[in-house]
Design a protein around this ligand. Structure first.
Ligand SMILES: [Zn+2]
Length: 235
């Protein structure tokens, strides 16, 4: 995990790395990276590699066969090249705030209504959460957002730690999430908002809840049967 720089430091904006492979003149794998690949409901980072004074925009980042691959929009990079990487911080920081807000809302929805979360998609303007609440209850949804905003005002920390898989699986509430992880992961990364949420999680988060700002409901939709959907943003 030491090659995946955002896991240990979500605030790292610039780094230096060496190119390990280039495919089709545009898919670049580095020996280490701070670029987050699309996954876990969070879109990839964008940014730029600079090599010998030339900028190579990074337009897509994905994880394939366990490797983080960066797509650049300009050809010319070669194996062994040293690059300076810089991520588009405004975009990433918005995702970190949106993602941490999702932790809060999902844990509150789950605790207060015992609902299952069936989907979560973060975006720059708004983030979507799908869940299976029995009755569509707008007042309840509003009150959960209010609870989340109270927790943000308390400015609780968001703690990251690592734990052997076997030990982590014994923690209450973590099993359903950990079971979604690939079976070959021996060490789990644990993200904790003390007293609120605990998850096995490889994403990027803010360090303390006040950084989220305030969560605002954009829209709540009744998608029929048990299917509910909320969109929120952070201000
Ligand atoms: Zn997370």
């Amino acid at each position: 995990m030491e090659n995946v720089l955002y896991m240990n430091d979500s605030y790292l904006k610039e780094f230096e790395a060496v190119i390990e492979s280039v495919k089709d003149d545009k898919f670049v794998v580095l020996d280490k990276t701070a670029f987050y690949p699309t996954g876990g409901g969070q879109p990839h980072d964008t940014g730029v590699f600079t090599c010998n004074g030339i900028d190579y925009p990074v337009v897509y980042v994905g994880k394939f066969s366990g490797q983080i691959s960066h797509e650049v929009s300009k050809p010319g990079l070669k194996i062994g090249d040293k690059v300076a990487g810089r991520i588009d911080w405004d975009r990433r920081y918005k995702f970190m705030r949106m993602h941490t807000a999702a932790h809060l809302l999902i844990s509150i929805f789950n605790r207060e209504s015992n609902v299952l979360i069936t989907g979560n998609q973060i975006d720059e303007d708004k983030t979507r959460i799908d869940f299976n609440m029995e009755n569509f209850d707008r007042d309840k949804i509003m009150s959960y957002i209010g609870t989340a905003n109270k927790l943000i005002k308390e400015d609780l920390p968001v703690k990251v730690s690592y734990m052997p898989r076997e030990e982590a699986m014994k923690l209450p509430g973590i099993v359903k999430l950990a079971s979604a992880l690939p079976p070959n992961v021996e060490t789990l990364r644990i993200v904790e908002i003390p007293g609120v949420d605990l998850q096995a999680d490889g994403g990027t988060h803010v360090k303390s809840l006040s950084e989220i700002g305030a969560i605002e409901l954009v829209k709540a939709e009744n998608k029929g049967k048990d299917n509910r959907r909320v969109y929120y943003t952070v201000k």
